[in-house]
Ligand binder design. Sequence first.
Ligand code: ARG
Length: 458
Amino acid sequence: SSNQMWGGRFASGPSAIMEEINASIGFDKKLYAQDIRGSKAHATMLAHQGIISAEDKDKILHGLDTILSEIESGQFVFSRKLEDIHMNVEARLADLIGSAAGRLHTARSRNDQVALDFRLWVKEELQKTEQALSGLIAAFLDRAEEHADTVMPGFTHLQTAQPVTFGHHCMAYVEMFGRDRQRVRHAIEHLDESPIGAAALAGTGYPIDRHMTAQALGFREPTRNSIDTVSDRDFALEFLSIASIAAVHLSRLAEEIVIWSTPQFGFIRLSDAFSTGSSIMPQKKNPDAAELVRAKTGRINGSLIALLTVMKGLPLAYSKDMQEDKEQVFDAAESLELAIAAMTGMVTDMTIRTDKMKAAAGSGYSTATDLADWLVREAGLPFRDAHHVTGNAVAMAEKKGCDLAELSLEELQSINAAITADVFNVLTVEASVASRKSFGGTAPSEVRKQIAWWRARN
Ligand code: ARG
């Protein structure tokens, strides 16, 4: 039998394969609440403008409310023959209220309808993401405050570079997730325009009021170009871009957690709640949650590339290719939510092994730069010469198998006569971090200032 929505033109229904490739109900049923909200706003506007009767509008609103509760209570029967969420809802409305249901689609197309539903969904997801990122930032701020004085090695090339504080390292992630949150806020502003009323692509001859529907649906204003409105999936691409960048941040953190929790580093101990054991090796405690966060990033980034690729060759306006937008966004959103939640849990629960961090902070000649700086400051050497002298001291310590601070004054003086006992005051890791008071530096006093700045904004 032919389709009840376009049976006028069609003598027969689709082949089984056509139905399978065409149907989106399997995933776009997720948009049911947005679809019903949008239809209610549209019907209300149609009646207000005298395009449908108040009586039909009331029937439509009542029917849509019934459908909403049917879906939410699990009674609603979704049909693949009806393709998508839009036609599933409209067909059920016809069962419930009869011919008035046929008036709902006046001055509307599924093209502006799907653009509306999906935008509403992405907007809500962005709001959830903003909240989740704030929670993660809060978790980091607490750990940073607790460990503003905890010394650890800072790395470049994953080689010990200079001592930093764990609080400072935590605050680096606060900056990253803070930028993600800003991007989310901007994306909410960018998408805050209502597509409904663009109709198929050209607008409509009915005297609709797009400002009214925009306001009813919580948008700042209606979109300005009907062709762009039904062609545009920038809001989905922007969500995926933001999700991808945030996921990259989460993945770098995951990688650090994996490294830090090895017995070789031993900087942190993950809680039992966020690790797993091995079925064969009794001693193991594995950072599976961190590894899965790292892996979800591959998925999220893949979704961005998938949708960019779907969109790149499409002529204006709507093409059915665009139906492939939703699964990418839904999957990325689910992965991102889970990854942020898992990370927030890990960061909150992990034990910081300050003794291990401190021992590592002092090894690997991490205060060599402090020795060079001392030579510049106290002995008046040009930095390049001081660098060379310090290099000699490191080579000597390396040969002896000891730390810089373990060289005797005589040994240091044999390299450069200007060195005095005062130098030992800068060779400790505590002195090293305390000295780095430049704005944004690792000194505990600076880190506390940055924590206060973020607390006022979180
Ligand atoms: N299920 C479709 C989608 O997700 C809805 C829009 C269909 N529009 C059309 N002209 N066939 O994109």
